[in-house]
Design a protein around this ligand. Structure first.
Ligand code: ADP
Length: 256
């Protein structure tokens, strides 16, 4: 479970990233967070992961209080969280397999990862993770030779290989074309349902959120301005989140 109570995050330059946010995300929930650039979506994810310190309030992730936690406690929290980024963050010059192995690295001494001295069990976990995203046949391909959608699938497999309780995805489909974005969102949803991994996905646009959000959280100016189902996220909610009316440009081709 992830529980924020009155969480405010103020960056050292005085900018408020999160403004008195209270949220409870039960285990296994699939949550989509929407909002414009600068709304606080990324700050929310980085705060849950302990990368940005909580200025005020309480944040409990999987039973650990993150606000004011020691580095050792923060490492413990992070080991249970798989991260997925817009830019995939793969090591492009090496194989898909090595990239996925990096997901298990918090358990593996660094020298073994450099030598590629993986145990049979570690390799099995990597293969299983690649199978979950339907890309196991690319295991020995260089990451640089994959399309954007395939790279994001490898990044999802890398997060899975870590055996996380929580997955945090920061605009994971922002660099992908609409059909590929749909496929990657479906992968994330399927994995959430199959493995009950609590999943938070930041998205810029509401239409994917409406489609995939069992729960949609709308943010604006560091505050939660909507918390409901995708179905409840109507055009009025759009105005609350984006500060203007919905236009044709806000709907992906083929979604209208
Ligand atoms: P989003 O992910 O919704 O685009 P962010 O969480 O990145 O929003 O940003 C929320 C606010 O915090 C913005 O005003 C942004 O400029 C500010 N911000 C984000 N990161 C930093 C940082 N490292 N230092 C100072 N301000 C930041």
């Amino acid at each position: 479970m992830i529980e924020l109570k009155g969480v405010t995050v103020r960056y050292p330059n005085g900018v408020v990233g999160l403004d008195d946010v209270s949220l409870t995300i039960p285990d296994g929930q699939f949550v989509v967070v929407v909002g414009l650039s600068g709304a606080g979506k990324s700050t929310l994810i980085r705060t849950i992961n302990g990368l940005v310190p909580v200025t005020e309030g309480s944040l409990v992730v999987n039973g650990v209080e993150v606000a004011g936690a020691s580095n050792r406690k923060l490492r413990e929290v992070r080991s249970g969280i798989g991260m997925i980024f817009q830019s995939f963050n793969l090591v492009k010059r090496t194989s898909v397999m090595n990239n996925v192995m990096i997901g298990q690295m918090h358990d593996i001494p660094l020298w073994r990862s450099f030598l590629g001295a993986w145990s049979a069990e570690e390799k099995e976990i990597a293969y299983q993770s690649l199978e979950r995203v339907g890309i196991v046949e690319k295991a020995w391909t260089r990451a640089s030779q994959l399309s954007g959608g395939q790279q994001q699938r490898v990044a999802i497999a890398r997060a899975l290989a870590q055996d996380p309780q929580v997955m945090l995805a920061d605009e994971p489909v922002a660099s992908l074309d609409p059909p590929t974005a749909q496929m990657v969102m479906k992968d994330l949803q399927r994995i959430n349902r199959d493995l009950s991994i609590t999943t938070l996905v930041n998205l810029h646009f509401l239409d994917l959120a409406r489609q995939f959000g069992d729960r949609v959280i709308g943010m604006r100016g560091g505050k939660v301005v909507f918390d409901g189902t995708g179905v409840e996220a109507d055009d009025k909610v759009f105005e609350d989140i984006y500060g203007r009316s919905l236009t044709a440009d806000d709907v992906l081709p083929g979604q209208a």
